[in-house]
Structure formats: C-alpha cells, structure tokens
Design a protein around this ligand. Structure first.
Ligand code: THU
Length: 129
C-alpha cells in the first residue's frame, strides 16, 4: 500500500466529534510505514493531530528516522501540518530538507513541501546546552 493509500485509510480512524475535520497521516520512518489519525478531546487543547499520532507510533516502535509524510484531509486546497506538528516531526528528521511532506485531499489534489520549507530555522536539540 502506498503512503497515500495508508493516509486515506487512516482518515477513517479519526475521532473528530467536535471539529468534524478528519485527518489521516502516514509516514515512513527507518524504512517502515506508520499511520495516525486525529484524536480529539472534550477538553479541546488535549486533541492530538494525526501527524503526531503517526510519529509517536513510529517512535514507540523504534523507528526514529523520518523519511516521508503524507497527510490526507477533505480540505480544499489540501491542508498542511500545523505548526506544532512541524516542530514535532522535525525532531525525527536527520535532514529536514530531505523529508517530503505531501498533503492530499479527497479530490486527489496534492501539495508538496520539504519539512525544511515548512519549518525554516526551526528549534532543535542542537540549541540546547
Ligand atoms: N489537525 C490535525 O490532525 N493535523 C493538523 O496538522 C491540523 C489539525 C486536527 C486537529 C483537530 O482534531 C482538527 O484537525 C481541527 O483542528
């Protein structure tokens, strides 16, 4: 299954009773594929985005080398990862300029960036003492 197909299937697993905005994410890390979906909470700020859900799943499985990300929504144009997710994903990108992020929607529209384009001059562990 392609990452796009995986992200599309993951969208069906979203728990989004409040926003009704269902997001599926799929990524490849350390050569393996993982999926995630947004999981909302009645205490809105505790909501987890699809991209972070996928990355956490990958990291827990020991796959910490992020290679590629696909996000699937019904948005028009296809929506890109939020700022928090950009930061979270960057933690696991050895070289953010080599990680492609593609946003796809149900109509088959596509937009693509590198993670470096989405988060220029991002904060990283290299800044820490
Ligand atoms: N959402 C994501 O899953 N990923 C993003 O990058 C943007 C927003 C989710 C969070 C919330 O459940 C819904 O979309 C509306 O913000």
């Amino acid at each position: 299954m392609s990452l796009e197909d995986l992200a599309k299937a993951a969208q069906q697993k979203a728990y989004a009773p409040y926003s009704k905005f269902r997001v599926g994410a799929a990524l490849r890390a350390s050569g393996k594929e993982y999926e995630g979906a947004n999981i909302e909470n009645a205490s809105y700020s505790l909501t987890i985005c699809a991209e972070r859900a996928a990355m956490v799943t990958a990291a827990v499985a020991g796959s910490r080398d992020l290679e590629e990300v696909v996000v699937f929504t019904d948005a028009w144009p296809p929506s890109s990862p939020c700022g928090a997710c950009r930061q979270f994903l960057s933690e696991f990108a050895a070289d953010p300029s080599k990680v492609t992020v593609t946003a796809v929607n149900a109509a088959g529209q596509r937009r693509s960036w590198t993670l470096a384009e989405l988060l220029p001059d991002g904060f990283s562990g290299r800044e820490l003492p």
